[in-house]
Write a protein that binds this ligand. Structure first.
Ligand code: HPA
Ligand code: ZN
Length: 327
């Protein structure tokens, strides 16, 4: 069994496997513009973040009903359990659904129907992170936050995702202040394709407690020093970075440099259906291609719980499971 770990950077819509896309299309009387699963898989060849996002948003069209969202989340949990996941803080993109006429209630009710029981059925505790689409107006993000109000018991944090370059965090300062005032934690994608300055903005203007991706921090030594001193976690996604060409290849991934700098690094899967692997596959990939040792992988697993929004007691329990894990 893979080492126990938390998954902190996982877009639930990015777990839609081609087989399920076809099954849901059939159930909802839709026709996908692909002849079969293999044909769709051939489209999973990306040149950058935007080329992925185009397919990611287009395929979401098959998600229509509460049952669709429940099935999606259940399929993820089933796979996550086989990857050693014990806790998952799961992103979802409400605006990608409300903009298609699917209500936020349908999305959240569908997801929580799967998540509410996951500790018992899969031994995985879960929370939801509501992400704002940064390439849409800030006012729409604020409206989305208000639409989510009746569901706040299921939502621990807000996040920021979608097309990064040209959409700096500063655009969402007011939204994140409002979220903080509502008692929500804050995370943000920054420094995936965008510059190190976006990471500073996420920290200083949005009050981000974790940075999603963050690999471009290495362009700014002062920022690296700051992240190391504050032990602000980075949720790094190696297979994603390679597939979206943020880094040229796995053996050239900056993970070793990030670790050498003393940063609190976690390993995550991002959009596993699209990027060729779930979270433990990412652990294995950095072992194989970057030579990370079992000792380092164990530390990364500990970090995943340290960087989570769990209580100190639950973190300690889960870290003890990591320490007890036999290889
Ligand atoms: N980056 C930005 N937005 C996203 C991603 C990502 O890796 N995955 C899903 N939405
Ligand atoms: Zn992401």
């Amino acid at each position: 069994m893979p080492i126990p770990k938390a998954e902190l950077h996982l877009h639930i819509e990015g777990t839609l496997e081609p087989e399920m896309a076809f099954a849901l299309a059939h159930r909802n009387n839709l026709t996908l513009p692909y002849t079969d699963v293999e044909d769709l898989r051939r489209a999973y060849s990306f040149t950058d973040l935007q080329s992925f996002l185009d397919l990611y948003y287009a395929l979401m069209d098959v998600l229509r009903t509460e049952a669709d969202f429940t099935d999606l989340a259940n399929a993820y949990l089933t796979r996550a359990a086989t990857q050693g996941v014990r806790h998952a803080e799961i992103f979802f993109d409400p605006q990608a659904h409300t903009s298609r006429g699917i209500s936020i209630d349908t999305v959240i009710n569908g997801l929580t129907a799967a998540l509410h029981d996951s500790e018992r059925t899969h031994n995985i505790s879960t929370t939801l992170i509501l992400c704002f689409l940064r390439d849409r107006p800030a006012q729409e993000a604020l409206d989305t936050l208000h639409q989510a109000r009746p569901h706040l018991e299921h939502i621990h944090a807000v996040g920021l995702d979608s097309a990064e370059i040209g959409n700096p965090p500063e655009k969402f300062t007011e939204v994140f202040t409002t979220a903080r005032d509502m008692g929500l934690h804050r995370v943000a994608h920054a420094g995936e394709e965008g510059p190190a300055s976006y990471i500073w903005q996420a920290l200083n203007l949005l009050g981000a407690q974790r940075i999603d991706h963050g690999i471009r921090c290495l362009d700014d030594p002062h920022l690296v020093q700051h992240l190391a001193t504050t032990q602000t976690p980075l949720t790094v996604c190696p297979l994603s970075n390679v597939r979206l060409k943020a880094v040229p290849s796995l053996d050239q991934h900056p993970l070793p440099a990030l670790l050498d700098a003393g940063l609190l690094i976690t390993i995550n899967s991002d959009d596993p259906s699209y990027f060729g692997g779930y979270v433990h596959d990412n652990y294995q990939a950095v072992h194989t291609h970057l030579g990370l040792t079992q000792h380092q992988l164990r530390q990364l697993a500990r970090n995943s719980f340290t960087a989570s929004f769990l209580t100190p007691e639950r973190k300690a329990q889960l870290i003890a499971q990591v320490d007890a894990h036999p290889w």
